[in-house]
Design a protein around this ligand. Structure first.
Ligand SMILES: N[C@H]1[C@H](O)[C@@H](N2CCC[C@H]2CO)[C@@H]2OC[C@H]1O2
Length: 330
């Protein structure tokens, strides 16, 4: 089997991407954030208090003839950005881009944080990290990818996220029309459950490439690129008027400043992020101060290769044994 579905930016600065999925019988369509940085599949639901729902589509298990309560099971998740949710668990038929998993664990939210209530275009998440991170208790549940794997033509899924445009996620096959040249693979450390791998180094603008193993996670659910402070300060030293603002919680600069590109290495391959991706957003609609798409990871305890980096490449998440991750120019 294979599947292929759109990855649609939810706002004009690509803060997150959503993908249409169907749940249950008859199918209920929700727009979910496919997130390689977590491993819970949870949705806004008929059980979510109405004052915590603001425009999201919801999953109603009672309207699905194939839903089953996973009795006695609960879940609770807290994300890196401070948002979170918790609830109960059903199994039901779940489809992404024509690929169906029967009795997928669908975690129905009983409570969501205010940040999630405010994200009106996001109806929930599909965790595509390793199942070891799943928070359902007393027995943890498998991700959509782990459930689908036995039926996939190839044990992979790919992410083709785009800058200010709709991209795609494919399951079970590698679409050679979506990239140029070769795919460069590198080893994944699957413990504790993220797609953890290393960059082989970086360069700022036309500067020399600094070879250095930088370990981090490729996370489609994180908007920006978070790297060690030394790298980030070297980058913003090249930006007129840049400063690390306590007030805005990161590097800001005059929107009119010229930004250098940023190149990261995967083994011997090089991926150059355009300055436009790093001139991420105005700090408010009328401001002339802009917030950077490259920020320091020092507060996170982990480096995160988020969408600002991933949207530069065609990325293959390979569930082979051992797992690996591949990057290609597109
Ligand atoms: N894996 C990420 C997750 O996808 C993010 N959000 C959690 C809930 C919605 C989603 C998109 O905003 C959050 O930022 C970092 C980490 O947690």
């Amino acid at each position: 089997d294979t599947g292929s579905a759109a990855a649609i930016p939810i706002n004009e600065v690509d803060i997150a991407y959503v993908t249409p999925v169907t749940i249950g019988t008859p199918p209920q369509t929700l727009m979910l954030d496919l997130d390689t940085g977590s491993s819970d599949l949870w949705v806004f639901s008929s059980l979510t208090p109405s004052n915590q729902v603001r425009g999201q589509e919801i999953y109603s298990p009672t309207k699905s003839s194939t839903s089953k309560l996973l009795s006695g099971h609960t879940w609770s998740i807290r994300y890196g950005d401070g948002s979170g949710s918790r609830g109960t668990v059903y199994t039901d038929n779940f489809t992404i881009g024509g690929l169906e998993v029967k009795s997928q664990a669908v975690q129905a939210a009983l409570e969501v944080s205010s940040m999630l209530t405010q994200e009106q275009s996001l109806d929930g998440l599909v965790g595509l990290g390793f199942s070891a991170l799943n928070t359902v208790r007393p027995s943890s549940q498998l991700t959509f990818f782990d459930n689908a794997r036995p039926n996939l033509d190839e044990e992979v899924f790919t992410a083709d996220l785009k800058y200010h445009a709709t991209g795609s996620y494919d399951f079970g096959f590698i679409d050679s029309k979506k990239y140029a040249g070769n795919i460069t693979y590198t080893a994944v450390q699957q413990s504790p459950g993220y797609w953890t791998h290393s960059l082989s180094g970086y360069s700022v603008g036309s500067g020399a490439f600094q070879a250095s193993q930088i370990s981090g996670i490729s996370d489609t659910g994180t908007t920006l690129l978070y790297l060690p402070t030394a790298i980030v300060t070297a980058y913003y030293r090249q930006v007129q008027g840049a400063q690390n603002s306590q007030y805005y919680g990161g590097y800001v600069f005059p929107c009119s400043s010229t930004l250098p590109t940023f190149t990261f290495g995967i083994e011997g391959a090089r991926f150059t992020i355009p300055a436009s991706y790093i001139n991420y957003t105005r700090i408010s609609p009328t401001s002339t101060t802009c917030y950077g798409g490259l920020q320091s990871s020092s507060g996170l305890g982990i480096n995160i290769f988020g969408d600002v980096a991933l949207k530069r490449a065609f990325v293959v998440f390979s569930g082979t044994n051992p797992p690996r991750i591949g990057f290609a120019i597109k």
